[in-house]
Design a protein around this ligand. Structure first.
Ligand SMILES: C[S@@+](CC[C@H](N)C(=O)[O-])C[C@H]1O[C@@H](n2cnc3c(N)ncnc32)[C@H](O)[C@@H]1O
Length: 365
């Protein structure tokens, strides 16, 4: 991939390295990092190295009559942001609309004044949610100007945000379609809630989790379930599923997603992983009615807190999806005791960056 922002933008730090070399380097680093464990061979899973991000956030840089998208500078160039002409890692639908959209905004003083950030969320059909974030008072009178944008960009719903206030034109969600093992699953994705950034890799991660849970039986407990991304397809492998997540909006989407995909064996609960773990400790019938053999976890970068790690350690079989190899390593120091590590995968969700997403399957010896 080549991008005119390479070498200026602080996002793609590995811009000078051919993609194959990036994969080799990151795989080598992971093998080294996990060398204290008895790991199986690392499965390297990757997709396209361009137009792979289904969501992206850009600052806006105003200079005279012109406005530009801006990204944070490279570390070696100091603090702050720098204007960019293009971003090749974003989804094709986002890429194609970025410049024409900003050109329209530029022509309209009300839309342009103190516009601070533009966020994009896309689905596989090329529909978008665009969020305009302002550093000034905004009220409903902006609706007329947004309508002009909507007339030009028929595939976009707009959200206008100013600290503490939000105006939605006309909806704040997209319906995403994922192809998992040649079956289509539908997902409501609500703006400003977590969704996997790389659609192609997300599909491959879910397929990997399904393949590696083929032999598992009984019920599944899931922590950090988001909008039911893994839950919905995986629920086909298990009798009953209980899935939890801290964000109420994500649980609302997950519940809707179970309905539209006709999955009747899932219970979703909005609560933190630590709260759910406490329910187990207190022998709440909400949990004890499930057989606690299989657990799926996909925590944020901080990994598991102490209480949740203790809870997860009760299970025979663990499917661990991680976006931070360092906290995964820390958690495996507890979870690998008495368990065999059956599978280890590196999903390259974030080409041109040092980030690595991993999957690990653990089974009781
Ligand atoms: C990496 S995302 C994974 C979401 C989902 N598994 C997916 O694939 O889209 C982590 C999720 O954990 C949730 N979360 C963050 N802190 C949490 C906590 N303390 N307890 C439960 N959920 C939490 C976030 O809201 C987010 O949806």
């Amino acid at each position: 991939m080549n991008c005119s922002s390479f070498g200026k933008c602080g996002s793609c730090v590995l811009w000078q390295m051919p993609y194959e070399e990036q994969l080799k380097m990151k795989s080598g680093q992971l093998i080294e990092l996990f060398s204290e464990f008895d790991m199986p061979g690392l499965e390297v899973v990757h997709g396209s190295d361009e137009h792979f991000r289904a969501r992206a956030e850009f600052r806006v840089w105003h200079e005279g009559d012109k406005s530009y998208y801006a990204m944070r500078k490279r570390k070696e160039d100091g603090r702050g942001v720098i204007p960019i002409e293009e971003c090749k890692i974003v989804d094709k639908a986002i890429y194609e609309v970025m410049t024409p959209l900003l050109n329209e905004i530029e022509k309209n003083d009300n839309l342009r004044f103190k516009l601070y950030e533009i966020d994009f969320l896309s689905n596989s059909k090329g529909e978008l949610i665009v969020t305009l974030i302002y550093h000034r008072k905004v009220d409903e009178t902006i609706a007329e100007d947004i309508q002009k944008l909507k007339d030009k960009f028929k595939n976009i719903d707009f959200i206008v945000r100013k600290k503490g206030r939000k105006y939605v034109f006309d909806k704040n969600y997209l319906i995403e379609e994922l192809n998992i093992n040649s079956k289509i699953y539908k997902y409501k994705i609500i703006e400003n809630t977590f969704s996997q950034p790389n659609r192609q890799m997300n599909q491959k991660m879910i397929e990997w989790a399904m393949r590696n849970s083929e032999d598992l039986r009984g019920d599944l407990v899931e922590l950090y379930c988001g909008n039911g991304n893994f839950t919905i397809p995986l629920s086909e492998r298990f009798n009953r599923v209980i899935a939890t997540e801290i964000s109420k909006e994500s649980i609302e989407a997950a519940t809707y997603n179970a309905e539209i995909n006709e999955r009747g064996n899932i219970t979703f609960l909005a609560m933190s992983a630590a709260e759910f773990s406490k329910l187990y400790k207190d022998k709440s019938p909400l949990i004890t009615k499930y057989d606690l053999k299989n657990v799926l976890i996909d925590p944020p970068r901080a990994g598991l807190d102490d209480k949740s790690r203790e809870f997860v350690n009760e299970f025979d079989n663990i499917i661990y999806i991680s976006c931070n190899p360092e906290t995964l390593k820390r958690d495996l120091q507890t979870l690998s005791k008495g368990r065999e590590i059956k599978a280890f995968a590196f999903f390259d969700q974030f080409p041109y960056t040092n980030h690595a997403e991993c999957g690990v399957i653990l089974q009781k010896r």
